[in-house]
Ligand binder design. Sequence first.
Ligand SMILES: [Zn+2]
Length: 347
Amino acid sequence: MIFIAYGGILVDIFCARGIEAARANGGICMRGRRGLRLITALIVAVFAAAAGYGVSVLNGGSDGMSVHFIDVGQADAALVACEGHYMMIDGGNAADSDTVYSYLRKNGVDSLDAVICTHAHEDHVGGLSGALAFARTSAAYCSVTEGDSKAFDSFVAALDAQGIGITVPEPGDSFMLGSAEVEFLGPVEEYDDANNSSLVVKVSYGQTSFLFTGDAEYESETDILEAGFDVSADVLKVGHHGSDSSTSYRWLRAVDADYAVISVGKDNSYGHPSSEVLDRLADADVQVYRTDLQGDIVFASDGSELTVDTSAGEALKPTQRAALFGRFYVFMHSGRDVCPAFFLLGV
Ligand SMILES: [Zn+2]
């Protein structure tokens, strides 16, 4: 029996409708069964503890894909699992090494197909050493091969110990993770700025897709769009922890996401996420999830539908503006490459 930590999934295993029914319904925010979900989660947790079972990765087994945005505070860390294949994209700060190590350990992920470090800043590379302390990897990708921080040096040393070098991918390069395609879309230019140098990665599984942006800012976003890459995705990992320097209207228009994840620390000193970015996401009618409010955020895909579960709290509704005004606002800030009437009507 597979035990899964997330209450929303637990209830679907044990209730009559089953997880497939939940997926068929979109599976998001199953509010009406919160009481049953809690009771079931408690029962299963007791059994799981008694049996000494760990927590399994959603869909990490024979089929499906799951994407785990791990709560590492003011930093980024994600685990992608597809058909028994695994990949980390960033690992949080060095202080998050224990969190990442534990996340992999409790899910039994001791072998990674790839580790992607979007850029050399500590809040992305720091905890990858923790991942590599538990799991072996077959490949490593980063925007650079050398850094100027102890955190990056530790990452390189951990890879060295496994005999793995860092590959700097070209835009358009791709590889398979199970049946999921992992494609590098950026950066398409060289930048002095480390944030803009972030690897931008699209993970596609069936008809569903995720866009990981590291800390890429306007400059990189614009260059990727002008290079003609297809950035459209169902789920956008918002760039640079929700900083106002990223996530332009034009970017949002092109990505056209239904969901966004902001990986951000509670009461952080940067004021992330910025109210401007939250407003833009609301204008674009994107449903927002935040690690500071909802802890670990896990999306599961069966190739056509997405379900999402969080470890703390339910999904946020986008800040509501009048829908028509929001669409008009996005249109005015977009590339205006569509018929306005169609765009405003959402066609
Ligand atoms: Zn960052």
